[in-house]
Design a protein around this ligand. Structure first.
Ligand SMILES: C[S@@+](CC[C@H](N)C(=O)[O-])C[C@H]1O[C@@H](n2cnc3c(N)ncnc32)[C@H](O)[C@@H]1O
Length: 185
């Protein structure tokens, strides 16, 4: 895991255990998640899988609350899964958010209509390739902060390329860093 991933998980672990700073973490993700909901056209009818939820799965919480969609949060770290499960229970979201311990490359995603891949998911390219090869037709895959290595998937396969905080704008490849990419199968 990279340094940022490690620090993020430590901060989220503290927040999840103590509920101190929860507002700050939620605020950090709020606009980004709203933009991603709009980019992916996520509605209550969708079945969403968030890969890499961490101890504070704000993306999953935001999607469930904003859209009413049912969300499965996946993480391969047992401690993150434990803390996230406790948090979801405390927030009374158990009927809408399920927390699963698994690796993003070992799941059958074909019942999901939206897949969200978090920034620190590793190896991200492999997880994306796996999802791309196993999701059902029409599934939307949202990938945070892609790198140039993902270019092989860009051509002719995305209905739209990217939208970041500047909603409705399409960005160049250089500008894609720090944004979210949408792939439609
Ligand atoms: C620190 S979190 C950040 C996510 C953030 N809380 C959110 O709501 O978007 C990133 C998580 O991704 C998990 N992760 C990394 N690679 C993964 C993989 N291949 N499969 C499942 N989880 C993964 C890590 O264990 C970590 O908990």
């Amino acid at each position: 895991m990279n340094v940022i991933g490690y620090i993020t998980k430590k901060i989220e672990g503290f927040v999840s255990r103590n509920c101190i700073g929860m507002c700050w973490v939620e605020k950090y993700y709020a606009q980004l998640v709203k933009n991603e909901i709009s980019l992916g056209d996520i509605t209550a009818e969708d079945r969403v899988m968030c890969i890499g939820g961490g101890p504070v799965p704000c993306t999953a919480i935001g999607i469930a609350r904003e859209t009413g969609a049912k969300v499965a949060v996946v993480d391969n770290d047992p401690m993150a899964v434990k803390l996230a499960s406790e948090l979801i229970k405390r927030l009374n979201l158990k009927d809408r958010i399920e927390v699963i311990e698994a690796n993003g490359q070992n799941l059958m995603p074909n019942e999901f209509t939206v897949i969200h891949i978090a920034k620190q998911v590793c190896p991200r390219e492999e997880v994306l390739k796996y999802m791309w090869n196993n999701v059902s037709e029409g599934t939307r895959i949202l990938v945070r902060n892609p790198q140039k290595g993902l270019k092989f998937l860009y051509e002719n396969r995305c209905s739209r390329k990217i939208k970041n905080e500047k909603a409705d704008e399409f960005l160049t490849e250089e500008e894609m860093i720090n944004g979210t990419l949408l792939f439609v199968r």
